[in-house]
Every structure is written in structure tokens, then in C-alpha cells.
Design a protein around this ligand. Sequence first.
Ligand code: FMN
Length: 193
Amino acid sequence: MPRNPTDPSEIWAQSLETLLDAAWARLVRGVRDKRAAARQVTLSTLGANGWPQARTVVLRGADKDAGQLEVHTDLRSAKVAELRADPRATLHVWDARVHLQIRAELRAEILTGAQVAARWDRVPDGSRMAYGSAPAPGQPIAQALEYTKEPNAQDFAVVQLQVLAFDLVHLGRNHRRARFEHADGWAGQWLAP
Ligand SMILES: Cc1cc2nc3c(=O)[nH]c(=O)nc-3n(C[C@H](O)[C@H](O)[C@H](O)COP(=O)(O)O)c2cc1C
């Protein structure tokens, strides 16, 4: 069956190379632009009891050359324990502006203490509140507001995420899907959407 001609404004989705570049560009934009779709992303992990877990996190770093993404969290949160037990994670973004779904398969490393001291120095005061609540995140409390927030550098954790693979779906006039793997040098492979 003949395909519709591709909208010229979506020319970047036509080649594997430019599609992958576009995904990285959207991730980098998420780090810099609070209103970008990739600012607040979904990070999923393998739950301790085997149940898949997913939560919203702010994307704090995206480095194409290093193939790395970064998020910040409280060291005592469930996601840290889950990633220490099994470092596999998936990040998901639906970027409606460019009609692009990004799924990234990742291997996580948890950095703490002296390793992240320089990053902690750059965290604004308001954001520091997210690290150091009492009791620890996820602990039961008798009343909804029975907790305090006292910034604590010891509770600050950087989750460094090495990208192992991307699954990209572009919903254009024609839909396109491709998988890219670190293991084959990011050559990419078109997939049926
Ligand atoms: C818009 C939004 C942004 C969030 N950003 C972060 C974040 O950057 N880091 C983080 O640890 N939790 C963030 N959270 C809270 C998480 O979604 C989650 O509730 C919390 O980290 C506990 O998750 P866990 O028990 O799976 O570890 C955010 C929540 C929302 C709604």
C-alpha cells in the first residue's frame, strides 16, 4: 500500500541517525527547560517484590557523548534500594510537541556523599528540601503532615543512568519506530510500529 508523503517538518524522523539525534536533543532540552516534556519523566524499576514500579522524576542531566542521563533523589527512597538490588531501569517520555515517544533502557549507578558534593553545592535551597525529610520517604505516618523537611546532604543521591538502548516511536503522517542499542554502536533498526 502506498504511504503518505512525509510532512517536511518531520524530516528528522526519516533517517535512523537524525531520529536518534532528535531524541537526545529532546532529553537535553528537558534538563534545561522547565516546560519541556522531558523535564518530568517516568522512571521505572523492578520493585522489591517483583511488581513493576514507576514514578515521575525531574531529568537533571543528559549527555549524548557519554550516553548518560541523571536524576536526583533521596538516598533512603525505595527506588534507590530497588536499583541497588537490580540496576536495570527504564525511562519514558511522551513529547507531544514533536510526537515522539522515548523509551530508554538503562543501567543505574547510585552516587552519594563525597562523590556528589559538588553537585549538592549547586542544588538550590528550595530544591534541597527534597532530600532529608523525617521520617524517611515512604515510612508510615499517623497524620498526613506529620513529617519535617530538613535538607541533609547525606540523604542526597545522584542516580547516574547509562543508556543501553532506545526504543523510539514517532507518530507522524506515517508512524515510525526504531530500536537503537549501545552494543551495536547505535546503528539502529527500524521496527514495525
Ligand atoms: C512532578 C514531580 C516531580 C518529581 N521529581 C522527583 C525527583 O526529581 N526525584 C525524586 O526522587 N522524586 C521526585 N518526585 C517524587 C516521586 O515521583 C516519588 O513519589 C518519590 O520519589 C518516591 O518514589 P519511590 O518510593 O519509588 O522511591 C516527583 C514527583 C512529581 C509529581
